[in-house]
Design a protein around this ligand. Sequence first.
Ligand code: SAH
Ligand code: SF4
Ligand code: F3S
Length: 447
Amino acid sequence: MGLTFFVQTYGCQMNKHDSERVVGMLENLGAVSVESMEEADIVVFMTCCVREAADIRLLGQASSIKNMRLRSGSPLDKRMIAIGGCIGQRDGEKLFDELPHLDVVFGTNNLSSLPGLLEDVLENGRHRIETVEESTLFPNDLPTVREHAWAAWLPIAIGCNNFCTYCIVPYVRGREKSRSFDDIVAEARRYVESGVKEITLLGQNVNSYGRDLYGKPRFGDVIEAVAQTGVERLRFATSHPKDLTDEVIAKFATVDCLMPALHLPAQSGSNRILKEMHRVYTIEHYRALIDKLRDARPGISLSTDIIVGFPGETEDDFEQTYKLIEEVGYSQVFTFIYSKREGTPAAKLVDDTPRVVIQERFDRLRTVVERGAYEYNQLSLGKTVPVLFEGSSKKQSGIATGRSPENITVHAPLPEGMRIDDLIGTTRNVTVDRARTWYLSGTIAGA
Ligand code: SAH
Ligand code: SF4
Ligand code: F3S
């Protein structure tokens, strides 16, 4: 039909992965992907509402697009705009009040409806909205166009049953639902056969995989089976500390392709706050997990999420979080200022800590986070690490960029006579001669 499209994605890997499905479906319709909104006849926003900032950003972008001229030669007389993802799911019809120029709203559970909704608008010229409470189709049954040929995200479960008191995700992604074991393994096998080097198993809480499938198979079985496809690198996200089992920890010792990196969100170092957050573990339990992980795979790279300024957080609570970060030695910490989400239990709590106090805590925490990352990276100095190359450095031409097994960014000059395209998707040994806070750099062996 000669249409062009652009998908703008916010939020987590699950949303990014859903966007790959959206691209696949639109290409199936015959539309052509373009690099910018300006060139696109159809713009799809895949939205996130985990924090307020994401909401505001969407509203800004989705309103300003109204004034953007349609490309010359477009078969349409008006650009089509669709909103999907978590805000689509949460707000549904209400979005048309704020953004009357919208054409389509869809949710997280009905990605597959998008082509039909768009076609209806094209044919009948009316606005369409569709969100559903429960998904009937696992998104994996939809066509996909992956962002990278050599890496794949593989959802093993959707939704979340944990209801951490601050979090909107269970309301916009629905109840946890595990995908069939055989489907997961078959998709992993297809990926490996088509040249994928790295698979990341995805779920809001991968460790509870299988609980809705009569308790068997469990997540450890998924790791084993996907490892047996011969994939070079295997990762997974996200792990809830209350569900990370000894069986899964042991895989870090026995499964070679399982990369030595784990994201284990702590959220807070204070037991009182953890309880208020309904995280269902104590910080002692969390730290015992870290010890076990380090026993299983010495040098494992650990990362975490922290929320600063949860309602009622005292200086003492914060000090305990600070101490956790200082003592664990994370390679990366994602820090967030608490953002009130309407409809969550925490939204009802008294939240009277002054913003400046929270900002000051946040800044203090960033300092220790950066120190920890810098110190972690120093351990790689002088070592030779296998790097899976992803592309060129954004900042410097002639520099190739990839990731170490620990998931640290590594830069290296492109060897003489080598084209970047020949390097992308391959793993090369890099001898590290520089270790900064957020990256390593060195030279490719034999270059
Ligand atoms: N299922 C994953 C990801 C959840 S969202 C998990 O459990 O880890 C990613 C991170 O966003 C969370 O780990 C949390 O640190 C942060 N987050 C979620 N809700 C938030 C809120 N209301 N305010 C600030 N940060 C929040
Ligand atoms: Fe949100 Fe908690 Fe579920 Fe993660 S585990 S998605 S933080 S409710
Ligand atoms: Fe955001 Fe939805 Fe992911 S709210 S973090 S895009 S599940």
